[in-house]
Ligand binder design. Structure first.
Ligand code: IMP
Length: 201
């Protein structure tokens, strides 16, 4: 039997990745698959809060099992910033015209705020929230690392060019995606989620 679940995203890359992890017993429906074209509010103060807010928003409209994710880069010497503000640290998308330009501005702002700080420890953290009307769960995935001063690599996206995961000499942007996917925050959070979803299959 196939179970349908809504993944509250329109990111085709994420959909494909998670569909392959969940296997054929699950059919993922994106927001466009269910005809939802609006914006989902994300105005909580934590990653958990945002992920939970997103699943409740969609569940209340569609009454269908649903999950959502939220990710942030948490930098120790900046008291966990940019955290929940990672995507919009340097401003809104329309201020920059493209996701690439905005990511470059986010990185420049982060490096400026870290100037002169010796502690470069940071972590990526992903939280997934799941809601089916009876059960509500969250799953977390973390990868620890450090922030370097000068961007390196062209793979990945976001803060990848300045993040070196612990135990590696290269940044996430210097790693092939398959390598990043073995250790990333998102992969770890999704592995918990997939274990939960497939435990009775
Ligand atoms: P989202 O919740 O997945 O949309 O992530 C929010 C923001 O965190 C993104 O816009 C990126 O700036 C940053 N981010 C999330 N995941 C990654 C990653 O794997 N590498 C680098 N930056 C990331």
């Amino acid at each position: 039997m196939q179970h349908k679940i809504i993944f509250a995203t329109n990111n085709p890359h994420k959909l494909k990745e998670i569909q392959s992890l969940l296997g054929n017993h699950f059919v993922l429906l994106s927001l466009s698959d269910i005809g939802f074209m609006g914006d989902i509010p994300e105005n909580e103060a934590t990653l958990e809060g945002n992920a939970i807010q997103k699943v409740h928003y969609i569940f209340d409209k569609f009454h269908f099992p649903c999950f959502a994710d939220d990710t942030g880069l948490e930098v120790e010497s900046l008291n966990g910033q940019p955290g929940v503000f990672s995507a919009r640290y340097a401003g809104q998308l329309h201020d920059y015209g493209s996701e690439e330009n905005r990511s470059a501005a986010n990185i420049n702002k982060l490096l400026a705020n870290l100037m002169g700080k010796a502690n470069r420890h940071a972590r990526f953290r992903t939280v997934i929230a799941y809601l089916d009307g009876k059960n509500e769960f969250t799953f977390e995935g973390i990868v620890n690392g450090s922030i370097i001063d000068v961007k390196r690599g062209n793979e990945g996206f976001g803060y990848d060019p300045i993040f070196v995961p612990d135990g590696y000499n290269c940044t996430f942007a210097e790693m092939p995606l398959v390598e990043k996917n073995k250790i990333s925050h998102r992969a770890r959070a999704f592995s918990g989620f997939v274990k939960y979803m497939t435990k009775e299959e």
